[in-house]
Design a protein around this ligand. Structure first.
Ligand SMILES: Nc1ncnc2c1ncn2[C@@H]1O[C@H](COP(=O)(O)OP(=O)(O)OP(=O)(O)O)[C@@H](O)[C@H]1O
Length: 256
């Protein structure tokens, strides 16, 4: 469970990134965060794992209060909270398997990680993670040699190898073509549901949010202006969030 209680983020230049956010995300929920560019979606997601330090209020993940100033506590928190980025963040020159094994590094003594001497059980977990995303046959390929969709699957496999309670995904399919975006998001949805992982995903495209999320949170100017089940996020509600009519750019093309 993730809880925001009156959370504020003020950036060092004085800009208010989040303004008094209070909400609870239950274990196992798949939540899409929507809003126009600059609404505060990334700030909200990144506050959860301390990538953006919140400046007031209380943010908790499970029983742990996120404390951006306590580096050791933050490291432990990040081992429970996986993150997926738009640009995949794989190490291109090493194998897919070794990229996924990086997800085991929090549970591995540093000397073993540095030498690449992962335990057989960690390798087994990495292979199982690659099986879940359907690319176990690519285990020994260089990550950079894969397609965009496959690279994002490597990132998903790395995160699930971490055995996280929470996955945060910042525009995870924004770099992919529409059919691939749907397949990758479908994989993420299936896996989080099978494993009961809480998933919070920033989305640019409204149709993807509606098709894959249980719940939609709409943001504007650092505030939550809609929060409800996906079925309640009607066009009228979203137009109110965006403060403009919906347009073609709000949906991913080539829906299948
Ligand atoms: N380090 C920073 N310093 C000052 N302002 C920042 C910083 N990072 C983000 N902001 C501002 O905070 C606001 C929210 O940014 P954020 O990246 O969370 O928005 P977003 O909804 O994710 O937008 P996008 O869809 O474009 O990524 C924006 O106005 C942005 O310019």
């Amino acid at each position: 469970m993730i809880t925001f209680e009156n959370v504020h983020v003020v950036y060092p230049n004085g800009f208010k990134g989040l303004n008094d956010i209070s909400l609870t995300i239950e274990q196992g929920e798949f939540v899409a965060i929507i809003g126009l560019s600059g609404a505060g979606k990334s700030t909200l997601i990144r506050a959860v794992n301390g990538l953006v330090p919140y400046t007031d209020g209380t943010l908790t993940v499970g029983d742990t209060v996120v404390d951006p100033r306590n580096k050791a506590k933050l490291r432990r928190l990040r081992s429970r909270v996986g993150m997926i980025f738009q640009q995949f963040n794989n190490v291109g020159r090493i194998s897919v398997l070794n990229n996924v094994l990086i997800g085991r590094s929090a549970m591995t003594p540093t000397w073993r990680s540095l030498l690449g001497w992962y335990r057989p059980e960690d390798r087994e977990i990495a292979f199982q993670s690659l099986e879940r995303v359907g690319i176990v046959d690519k285990a020994y390929n260089r990550a950079a040699a894969l397609s965009g969709g496959q690279q994002q699957r490597v990132a998903i496999a790395r995160v699930i190898a971490q055995d996280p309670e929470v996955i945060l995904a910042d525009e995870p399919v924004a770099s992919l073509d529409p059919p691939t975006a749907r397949r990758v998001l479908g994989d993420l949805r299936r896996i989080q549901s099978e494993l009961g992982i809480t998933c919070v995903v920033n989305m640019h495209h409204l149709d993807l949010a509606r098709d894959y999320a249980d719940r939609i949170i709409g943001m504007r100017d650092g505030e939550v202006v809609f929060d409800g089940p996906t079925a309640e996020a009607t066009d009228a509600v979203i137009q109110e969030v965006y403060q403009r009519p919906l347009s073609q750019e709000d949906v991913v093309e080539g829906a299948q």
